[in-house]
Design a protein around this ligand. Structure first.
Ligand code: C2E
Ligand code: MG
Ligand code: MG
Length: 469
């Protein structure tokens, strides 16, 4: 600061410097909060803020607003196969090329990972946005040289315009994301434009997904119970828990309509946990309110995603402990396709479950997966459920009539007891009994019942049979 002998003046200088430093610091903090630290580009928050502002202040006569949502196609491969720093430098280099090929002042942001967005204002139509997308794709064509590696990378781009996707920032971003999804689906390295007529089903799916997220809290999910009847001893041996969704607008939905979606989104894990809790709690309630000996075994379906989720056995053990249900009163149903997905980890998970003392049922058996040897040697199943489609066909179609006895004989030979599902007629029931099938399930006995109706049925049966089979 030099030699300043005038005390007061020194003070003024010092506080000036303080203010400047504070301003710089404030600026740096604001910059940090609104920019991506790696590439220096605006971040998601700033992009959304600018987008909202642009949409609010743009009049129709000012032209259209468009966003381009860009995702690098093979970035993960680069990032996983080379050092992390190489991936980081590649992102920096991509962001430089993006900025370099756009008109000065065009907002380009990094949304996270390998996703970038571009905001275009005052454009006259889709052609303008397409031209920018083409320029970006061309610009990325030349390989990047990073730490001696020659890296080629392509990008997929989704475009949404304010006239087609609406003037809400969230809608516009989602529309661009949907278009991006289509670009990725169609061989990547290309752009796609959001089109409400093409993308209606995607929008519907997104809505359904949103609704499903809220369904548990809103108590829209219900568990129904379908009896499994013992042909040997004429009693209700089990109750299978079957999920229903009472959607406020769509009415009662079958699990086949929403389980695949729940699987894809991962929502099946919390939903499945809830079904398990509900079913175990219900089984305990039945034992108290309408005791029978043995009590019905409650069956719960598990799908692939639940099965792959680490900690499934821990969840089951915890739920058994918390509800106080004897593990011997719970059966877990898995389909062959689940079992065949990743045999090693399936075997390990099944062993964990088995050691808890629960029953294991292979569901929908016969639907065309070649798991016979695994079933017999490694999977340690207790019951085999023959898929309902065989039962419905086997009386009418003589070609099919040999399949059921074959399946039953096979199951018995490997020590499994057989449940036939989808049994609808007295004729089917009689023939299954003759063939030595142990259990049946289907509308001939009862359709899936509400908990109240299932309780009434169990109470009636307990009364008529004096409590025992
Ligand atoms: P599944 O486990 O094979 O269940 C048997 C299906 O057959 C049920 O369909 C049941 O309502 C239906 N059914 C019962 N009796 C008859 C009959 O006599 N004739 C015919 N044609 N069908 C009959 P639902 O309830 O629609 O369930 C479909 C599938 O959804 C189930 O097949 C199961 O794989 C899955 N699912 C149901 N609840 C859950 C759940 O809580 N978690 C998971 N992961 N999957 C579930
Ligand atoms: Mg089942
Ligand atoms: Mg089944």
């Amino acid at each position: 600061m030099g030699s300043i002998d005038y005390g007061g003046r020194r003070m003024i200088l010092a506080s000036c410097r303080d203010i400047t430093e504070r301003k710089v610091l404030e600026y740096e903090l604001a910059h940090l909060a609104t920019h991506d630290s790696l590439t220096g580009l605006p971040n998601r928050a700033l992009f959304l803020d600018r987008l909202e502002h642009t949409l609010a202040s743009t009049q129709r006569r000012d032209g259209l607003v468009a966003i381009l949502f860009l995702d690098l196609d093979n970035f993960k491969v680069v990032n996983d196969s080379l050092r992390h720093e190489v991936g980081d430098q590649l992102l920096v280099a991509v962001s430089r090329r993006l900025k370099g090929c756009l008109r000065f002042g065009t907002l380009v942001a990094r949304m996270g990972g390998d996703e970038f967005t571009v905001l275009l204002k005052g454009i006259s139509g889709v052609g303008d946005a397409e031209e920018v997308a083409e320029r970006i794709i061309r610009e990325l064509e030349a390989p990047f040289v990073i730490e001696g590696h020659l890296l080629s990378i392509t990008a997929s781009i989704g475009i949404a315009l304010s006239d087609a996707a609406g003037r809400e920032s969230g809608d516009l971003l989602r529309a661009a994301d949907i278009a991006l999804y289509r670009a990725k689906d169609e061989h990547k390295d290309r752009y796609e434009i959001f089109d409400p007529s093409k993308d209606a089903h995607v929008l519907e799916r997104l809505e359904l997904e949103n609704d499903l997220r809220k369904a548990v809290e809103r108590h829209e999910l219900k568990v129904y119970y379908q009896p499994v009847f013992s042909l040997e001893s004429d009693y209700i041996a089990g109750m299978e828990a079957l999920l229903r969704w009472e959607h406020p607008e769509r009415g009662s939905m079958s699990p086949t309509e929403f389980i695949p979606l729940a699987e894809e989104t991962g929502l099946i894990v919390p939903v499945g946990r809830w079904v398990l809790e509900e079913a175990c709690r219900q089984a305990c309630e039945w034992q108290e309110q309408c005791p029978s000996d043995p009590p019905p075994i409650v069956g719960v379906n598990l799908s692939l995603r639940q099965f792959q989720h680490l900690g499934l056995a821990d969840d089951v053990a915890r739920i058994l402990r918390e509800t106080g249900l004897d593990p011997g009163n719970l059966a877990l149903e898995i389909t062959e396709s689940v079992a065949m997905h990743d045999v090693d980890s399936t075997v390990a998970t099944l062993e964990e479950l088995k050691s808890l003392g629960v029953w294991l049922v292979i569901d929908d058996f016969g639907m065309g997966h070649n798991s016979v040897s695994y079933l017999t040697n490694q999977f340690k199943m207790d019951h085999l459920k023959i898929d309902g489609s065989f039962i419905s066909e086997f009386v009418e179609d003589p070609d099919n009539s040999a399949i059921i006895p074959g399946l039953i004989d096979f199951a018995h030979a490997v020590g499994l007891r057989v449940i036939a599902e989808g049994v609808e007629t007295a004729d089917q029931l009689r023939r299954l009994k003759e063939m030595g099938c142990e259990f049946v399930q289907g509308t001939i006995i009862a359709e899936p019942l509400t908990p109240v109706a299932a309780s009434e049925l169990l109470a009636r049966k307990a009364l008529s049979s004096g409590g025992g089979p």
